[in-house]
Design a protein around this ligand. Structure first.
Ligand code: G6P
Length: 615
């Protein structure tokens, strides 16, 4: 987590870095800071709080002039989010200044050694240890900054993306990465450094993504030099052309990124299957699957690893895969999987799902699975992300940048990709008939328009949100394909509105949650017509007879539930297997409007971060 930005070139650096920090705030927003080299000295300003607070601080405290600057937006790991612990951090001499995303795990012994050598520390951070370690190497070994960074990093255990500069050599920034992302934007006589490409997209489309264990010296007016941290060998940097555009990372007239991203879903789902699924011709083409189809077809089982919302998409996929392909599927939290000594064999296929492609636990699970010989397939949204590069093959969800911390379009596009994969395998295996296959394809083809239609319930959902916005608890129930949607609906609500919410398989309600039901308890029930409908109707009756309030998500034209529920939200008719792509939409809107009405920070909920690159 944490976002890092840097600039070196011919422009005023501070406005570039400030704007970049605002774009990276999704990565953490506990505190922010900037260091600017003004031609003579380093000017540093930092504060607890958000980038807007930093902006005020900079105005009050320092001159913002200079053509080299680095900036940081933090998600606290070591040390509480106060001014002192904010980045950048100086070395003891005040000559070096650093920003860091990640964790230095062995910071305590390193710190003790440095204290023994006379170093003093102002903050509780691991980062201040690193910058002083670099300084110590630089002085003791009488080497340049680049070499000192390299030697220091070889002593470090943990994860990092860093940018550091020396006020005595203000024509270069040294950067390095291990486990946390770092990309260098290459412009005309100028360079940008960032955790992702969004901070520099209006200046250049050319970017170098550093690989793990690589470092680079970014020097004004020179070519970027990339080296391996371990053995010092030079690497020929691959300058990639980015597909991102500015419009994709701006709010485009919406009040929040989350709402924009909810509304982007018809387009995002279409982009995800565009070119891959030719419904009329009955074809699904996906290079990552086509090239490895035997691995999937011969797999003993498919293991899905993921975290958060991506894990919920994995649960939907479990129902879809088993139903269509008859291949056994298990879904695991990556954080549990990596530590529980799981049984993995070469006959297993592991699918890792991650919007950001950077989640530390998912990455560790992938490495573990690979070490046991499993074939690992990635489903990521961020092109070029660490997970997309670590996996043997993969398929991108083409959702476009997702900036709101609460995941929305990533979820529906993950389900889309996974459903396409399952359909392709089922067709190959012959576990569904040709006519079923064609029916699924044509229904999938219609999904973007049906999502669009579902979005027209917006105002109705807003009215329901207004009625229940002060509730202290919510229960979400669903069955089959929509049980994971219930979990996701509950997660969305608690993430952004801070209302306690639980998702449950509808039939499990009587084994516990029913005890919570009274007139204060809103229960969101997903009751699609073919999803064990009668049983869910009985569950609704059980809730009503205990005075609970029912908000039901039903198929268009449903009359039975309309008569018993307090509110119904309709979705268009579709195949049961595809309903999660529609039932999710009103639940996203419900949590969005409740959070707005409760005056919560929808795009940046407290304590959360979009990309969790620490354990
Ligand atoms: C964080 C985000 C969630 C996301 C989860 C997994 O908790 O706030 O929205 O679902 O990480 O992230 P990934 O990028 O791996 O999908």
């Amino acid at each position: 987590m944490c976002g890092i930005v840097g600039y070196i070139g011919h422009r005023e650096a501070y406005p570039v870095v400030l704007k970049g920090l605002k774009r990276l705030e999704y990565r953490g927003y506990d505190s922010a800071g900037v260091a600017i080299y003004d031609g003579k000295n380093i000017k540093l300003s930092k504060t607890k709080g958000k980038v807007v607070d930093l902006e005020t601080r900079v105005k009050e405290e320092i001159s913002d002039v200079g053509t080299l600057a680095i900036g940081h937006t933090r998600w606290a790991t070591h040390g509480e989010p106060n001014d002192v612990n904010s980045h950048p951090h100086y070395s003891n001499s005040g000559e070096l200044v650093i920003i860091h995303n990640g964790i230095i795990e062995n910071y305590a012994p390193l710190k003790q050694e440095l204290i023994n050598r006379g170093y003093e520390f102002k903050s509780d951070t691991d980062t201040e240890v690193l910058v002083n370690l670099i300084e110590d190497v630089k002085k003791n070994e009488n080497v340049k900054l680049g070499k000192a960074v390299q030697v220091a990093l070889n002593q470090v255990v943990g994860a990092y993306a860093i940018a550091v500069f020396d006020k005595n050599k203000p024509d270069e920034i040294v950067v390095a990465r291990l486990g946390s992302p770092l990309v260098i934007g290459v412009g005309e006589d100028e360079f940008f450094i960032a955790s992702d490409a969004s901070p520099f997209i209006e200046y250049t489309n050319n970017a170098i993504y550093l690989e793990d264990e690589e470092m680079a010296i970014v020097r004004r007016g020179k070519k970027v030099k990339v080296r391996k941290i371990k053995d010092d060998s030079l690497v020929d940097p691959y300058v990639q052309e980015l597909q991102l555009n500015l419009e994709q990372i701006e709010k485009g007239g919406y009040d929040h990124f989350m709402l924009k991203e909810i509304y982007e879903q018809p387009r995002a789902i279409l982009d995800t299957f565009r070119g891959r699924m030719l419904a009329n011709e009955g074809i699904i083409r996906m290079a990552g699957i086509d090239d490895n189809i035997e691995k999937f077809l011969n797999a003993n089982r498919i293991l899905i690893v993921a975290c958060g919302t991506s894990w919920h998409a994995g649960l939907v996929a479990e129902y879809v895969f088993e139903n269509l392909t008859r291949i056994p599927v298990e879904v695991e939290y990556a954080s549990e999987f990596r530590y529980r000594n799981p049984v993995i064999t070469e006959k297993d296929v592991v699918i890792a799902i991650s919007q950001s492609g950077e989640t530390a636990d998912t990455m560790a699970a992938i490495k573990l699975a690979k070490s046991k010989g499993a074939f690992v397939f990635g489903v990521c949204n961020v092109v070029g992300s660490s997970i997309s590069r670590e996996t043997h093959a993969g398929a991108y969800t083409h959702a476009g940048p997702e900036i709101g911390v609460a995941s929305t379009k990533a979820f529906t596009t993950q389900i889309t990709v996974l459903t396409l994969i399952a359909l392709k395998l089922a067709q190959k295996k012959g576990t569904i008939s040709t006519s079923e296959f064609h029916q699924y394809l044509s229904e999938m083809d219609a999904i973007p328009a049906k999502v669009e239609k579902t979005l027209t319930s917006d105002n109705h959902v807003k009215t329901i949100a207004n009625i229940y916005k002060d509730a202290t608890n919510f229960l979400y129930l669903g069955r089959g394909y929509n049980f994971p949607v219930a979990l996701e609906g509950a997660l969305k609500l608690k993430e952004i509105s801070y209302i306690h919410a639980e998702g449950y398989p509808a039939a499990e309600m009587k084994h516990g949650p029913i005890a919570l039901i009274d007139e204060q308890m809103p229960v969101v029930v997903i009751a699609t017509r073919k999803g064990h409908y009668d049983k869910v109707v009985s569950n609704i009756q059980e809730i009503k007879s205990r005075k609970g309030k029912i908000i039901a998500v039903v198929m268009q034209g449903d009359k039975t539930i309309k008569n018993i529920a307090d509110y119904v939200i309709e979705i268009p008719e579709t195949l049961e297997l595809l309903t999660p792509l529609l039932t999710t939409i009103p639940l996203q809107l419900l949590s969005y409007y409740i959070a707005v009405m409760r005056d919560c920070n929808v795009d940046q909920p407290r304590n959360l971060a979009k990309s969790v690159t620490v354990e």
